[in-house]
Design a protein around this ligand. Structure first.
Ligand code: NAD
Length: 718
C-alpha cells in the first residue's frame, strides 16, 4: 500500500490523502518523497481536477516533517542535491494548474508546513493537537524545502523571521492572525468545511502567491530596502543576544531569507540549498539531533527493564506541603487535567499554594495561551485540606514538605494510615536518601523519589529515584506520571545528591572560591554564560537560595568529603543574604529582578575583587567544568545513572547545560580524556586533592576512548 491516495469526484474535487502505512504520523521519508514526485506527475496531467484538497489520513497529524532518522544517514556532501530534488517536487506542486487547498487537521511541522505553503490556500483545525511551525533550528538546520523563501511571501518578513528563527509553532487562531492560514476552523466541522471551501474555489484562478505587504505597517517597514535592512539587523541582534552566536542555523537562515526576499522564487530556493549544505553535519547540528533522539527514546521507555511491568493508572494526585514546590507541583498536575489535592499544616500556606497556581495560569491568560473558561476549569481541579481527607482516592501522593528527615518520616507514617496499601508515596526531596525516608515505612516498595526542579512549570527534568527496595511498578508509575506531566524523567540511584545536584555542587562551590581568589562576580558569571549556560553559577546560587545550597553542601560534604568542601557562602547566610527570595544575596534584587553585584556580599566574604582579573575566561571555564566532569565520571562508575546519554539529558533539562554542546559528557568527549586528566591533575597539584582525576577519566585517557564510546549502554546516536 502506498502513502498517497488520490480520489477524484465527478464534481471536479480531487482529494490527495497522505497516510504513511505502518506509522502513527505522516513524515517525509525518502520513500514517501519518491511517491509524492510520482503523484505530482499524475496530478499535472489530470484533466478531471478543478481544485485539489491535500488531506491527512492520520487523526491528529497532518505532516510532522522530514524523517529525522534519515538525517543520521545523510552524507553532508549529498545534502544540497537532495534538497534541490525535494524543492523541485514542491515547486511542481505549487505550479499545478488548478487551486490547491491544504486541510491541516493536526501537527504540521517543518516539511509539512513547506508543502502546505506550496498550496494556494491553507485551512486549519482549531483542535489542540493542530500546530503549525518550523522546528528546524532546534535540530541545528533551517527550512530548506522552500520554507525560508515562501513563508515571508505569505506572512511578511517579521512574522516569518519570528517563526523560523525561534522554532516555535502556532495554533490555528494565531496562525490565522498572521495570515499563515486562511481559516481557523472548529474541529467538529473541519472535514465538511474543507470540502465546501475547496468546492467554492473550483475553477477560479490561482491567487497571487505574494500576499505579504497587505498591512500598512508591514508595507512601510518591509516594502523598501532601508526598512528591510532594519528588520534584518534587529533580527540578527536578537538571535545573537538569545543564542550568544553559538547556534549557526538561525544565522544561516537569516542570510538565506535576506538573499531570497523580494527576488524571484528560484533565487531563494537556490540560497536555501547552498547554505543548508554548509551547516549540515556540523558539531552543533549533530549534538542537537542526538538530543532529539535522546528525548524521543525517553518516550519509548518505561523506567524499568522488565517489559512486563505496567504503570498504574493515575486519576488523582495528592500533594503534601503547599509551599514553593508543592504549590508548583499541584499546579502542573491540574494543568494536565488531573485533580490535585494539596495538604498543608498551615491554612496560609494552602492559600499561598492556590495563589501561586493561579498566578501561573493568569500569566498564560495574559499571553493569550489560556482562556478565562480554561483557567476556571483548571482551578476547579485543585483542592486543599488540612487533614488527609480525599487522600485515600489518590493513587500517587507527592510529598513536598520541609527538607527534614524526621518530618518526612512522620508525614509518611500519617499518610500510611490514611491510604490503601497500593498507594504510592513519591518524595520531592532534594538531598535525603529515599531509603532513609522509607526506613520505617510499612511498605517501602511503594516509596520513591520524584525530584522536580524549581520552577516546576519551566524546568523539564524529573529525577525518578529508586531505592533498593522500591518496586518496579512504583518506578514505572512515577516515570509514566512524569511523562503525562510533560516532563522528561531520568531514573537515578538513591545516592547522596542523586545526579544533578551532586554534579552541580562542586561547580557552585568552586565558583565561590574564585570570588575568594579575587575574581569579580560578573567575571565568573559572564565566563559561564559566554560558555552557554543560561545563568552564571553565582546568579544560580542566588536563585537556589544560599541557605538551601549550604544545607545541600553539608550533606554532600559528609558523603564525599574528599571532593565536596564547603566554599564559604555561609557568611552570606549569616548576614541574611539568602539570595533572590530575600531580595539580596551575591546580587541585589529590586522587585524580584536581579540588579548589580553587591558590595556587602564581597564584604561578607571578606574579599575585594582585583582590578585585573586573576584568571582568563578560559581558565575560569576549565576550573568550573573540570570538577563537574570529574563528578559525572564518578556518577557513571557508581551506576547513579544508566549512561552518558542519560546524564547529558538530565543536565541539559535540569540546569540548562548548553544543548549545542550536546551535554556535559559530549563536551568532555570533544575535549578528550587526556586533556581533562591533565587539567585536573594540574588543578589538583596547585589547588588541592579535590581535583584528583576520577579513575574512569584516567582509564579513558589511557585507552584513548570517549565516555560515549566506552559505555556499553550507549545508543547508536553516539
Ligand atoms: P517550602 O518551605 O516552601 O514548603 C514546605 C511546605 O511544607 C510549607 O508550606 C509547610 O507549611 C509545609 N509542611 C511542613 N510540615 C508539614 C506537614 N507535616 N504536613 C504538610 N505540610 C507540611 O519548601 P519547598 O522549597 O517547597 O521544598 C519542599 C521540598 O521540595 C523539600 O523537600 C525540598 O528539598 C524540595 N525541593 C525544593 C526545591 C527548591 O528549589 N526549593 C527544588 C527541588 C526540591
Amino acid at each position: 500500500m502506498g502513502a498517497f491516495s488520490l480520489s477524484i469526484d465527478p464534481d471536479g474535487l480531487g482529494v490527495l490523502t497522505f497516510d504513511l502505512p505502518g506509522e502513527k504520523v505522516n513524515k517525509f521519508s525518502r520513500g514517501a518523497l519518491v511517491e509524492l514526485a510520482d503523484v505530482v506527475s499524475r496530478l499535472q496531467g489530470e484533466r478531471g481536477i478543478q481544485v485539489l484538497l491535500l488531506a491527512s489520513g492520520k487523526p491528529d497529524v497532518f505532516i510532522a516533517g522530514a524523517d529525522v532518522k534519515e538525517f543520521l544517514n545523510a552524507r553532508p556532501g549529498e545534502v544540497e542535491s537532495s534538497v534541490r530534488e525535494v524543492q523541485a517536487i514542491f515547486q511542481r506542486f505549487a505550479d499545478l494548474p488548478y487551486p490547491t487547498v491544504a486541510a491541516i487537521n493536526g501537527a504540521c511541522l517543518g516539511g509539512g508546513t513547506e508543502l502546505a505553503l506550496a498550496c494556494d490556500y491553507r485551512l486549519m483545525s482549531d483542535s489542540k493537537k493542530a500546530q503549525i511551525g518550523f522546528p528546524e533550528v532546534r535540530l541545528g538546520i533551517f527550512p530548506a524545502w522552500g520554507g525560508c523563501t515562501r513563508l515571508p511571501r505569505v506572512v511578511g518578513l517579521q512574522a516569518a523571521l519570528d517563526l523560523i528563527l525561534t522554532g516555535k509553532s502556532l495554533d490555528a487562531r494565531r496562525a490565522q492572525k498572521i495570515g499563515l492560514v486562511d481559516e481557523a476552523v472548529p474541529e467538529p466541522i473541519f472535514s465538511k468545511f474543507a470540502r465546501q471551501f475547496a468546492l467554492r474555489k473550483r475553477g477560479s484562478p490561482k491567487p497571487e502567491s505574494d500576499r505579504s505587504a497587505s498591512s500598512l505597517a508591514t508595507f512601510v517597514l518591509e516594502g523598501n530596502p532601508f526598512g528591510r535592512r532594519l528588520v534584518f539587523a534587529k533580527a540578527r541582534q536578537k538571535v545573537m543576544s538569545t543564542t550568544g552566536g553559538h547556534y549557526p542555523a538561525p544565522l544561516e537562515a537569516l542570510t538565506v531569507i535576506e538573499k531570497g526576499y523580494g527576488k524571484p522564487i528560484g533565487e531563494g530556493l537556490d540560497a536555501e540549498a547552498r547554505h543548508i549544505g554548509r551547516i549540515f553535519g556540523g558539531e552543533v547540528q549533530r549534538n542537537l539531533i542526538a538530543l532529539f533522539f535522546a528525548t524521543e527514546d525517553v518516550k519509548k521507555e518505561t523506567g524499568v527493564s522488565n517489559p512486563n511491568v505496567k504503570p498504574r493508572t493515575v486519576s488523582r494526585v495528592g500533594v503534601l506541603g503547599a509551599g514553593l514546590m508543592g504549590g508548583g507541583i499541584a499546579q502542573l498536575v491540574a494543568d494536565r487535567g488531573i485533580p490535585a489535592r494539596m495538604k498543608d499544616i498551615d491554612a496560609k500556606a494552602l492559600a499561598h499554594g492556590f495563589g501561586a497556581a493561579a498566578a501561573i495560569w493568569k500569566e498564560a491568560m495574559r499571553k493569550k495561551r489560556l482562556t478565562r473558561r480554561e483557567l476556571s476549569a483548571k482551578m476547579g481541579l485543585l483542592s486543599g485540606t488540612l487533614d488527609y481527607s480525599g487522600f485515600s482516592r489518590c493513587e500517587v501522593t507527592i510529598e513536598a514538605v520541609v527538607e527534614k528527615l524526621s518530618i518526612k518520616r512522620a508525614v509518611l507514617k500519617e499518610w500510611e494510615a490514611a491510604v490503601p496499601r497500593d498507594a504510592i508515596f513519591a518524595s520531592n526531596t532534594s538531598t535525603l536518601p529515599i531509603a532513609q525516608i522509607a526506613a520505617e515505612a510499612a511498605y517501602p516498595a511503594r516509596v520513591v523519589g520524584m525530584h522536580f526542579f524549581n520552577p516546576v512549570h519551566r524546568l523539564p527534568l524529573v529525577e525518578v529515584i529508586r531505592s533498593e527496595r522500591t518496586s518496579d511498578e512504583t518506578v514505572a508509575t512515577i516515570f509514566a506520571l512524569a511523562r503525562t506531566l510533560g516532563k522528561t524523567p531520568v531514573v537515578v540511584a538513591d545516592r547522596p545528591g542523586f545526579l544533578v545536584n551532586r554534579i552541580l555542587a562542586p561547580y557552585l562551590s568552586e565558583a565561590v572560591r574564585l570570588l575568594q581568589e579575587g575574581c569579580s562576580i560578573e567575571t565568573v558569571d559572564e565566563a559561564m554564560t559566554d560558555f552557554g549556560m543560561p545563568v552564571g553559577p553565582i546568579a544560580l546560587l542566588d536563585d537556589v537560595g544560599l541557605d538551601t545550597a549550604v544545607k545541600a553542601g553539608e550533606i554532600l560534604h559528609a558523603a564525599f568529603p574528599d571532593r565536596m568542601e564547603a566554599a564559604g557562602q555561609e557568611s552570606l547566610v549569616e548576614a541574611g543574604r539568602l539570595g533572590r527570595k530575600a531580595g539580596k544575596g551575591f546580587y541585589e534584587y529590586v522587585n524580584g529582578k536581579r540588579g548589580r553585584p553587591s558590595k556587602e556580599a564581597y564584604a561578607a566574604l571578606r574579599v575585594r575583587p582585583s582590578e585585573k582579573t586573576p584568571l582568563t575566561e578560559n581558565e575560569i571555564v576549565t576550573r568550573l567544568t573540570c570538577p563537574m566532569i570529574n563528578e559525572a565520571a564518578y556518577c557513571l562508575s557508581e551506576g547513579v545513572v544508566a549512561s552518558p546519554g542519560k546524564l547529558d539529558l538530565a543536565l541539559i533539562f535540569g540546569i540548562g547545560f548548553p544543548p549545542f554542546r550536546g551535554g556535559l559528557l559530549r563536551y568532555a568527549d570533544t575535549l578528550g580524556a587526556p586533556r581533562i586528566a591533565r587539567d585536573l591533575a594540574d588543578l589538583a597539584a596547585r589547588l588541592g586533592a579535590r581535583f584528583t582525576p576520577a579513575p574512569r577519566i584516567l582509564e579513558l585517557a589511557r585507552t584513548g576512548e570517549t565516555f560515549y564510546a566506552a559505555s556499553p549502554a550507549e545508543e547508536k546516536t553516539a
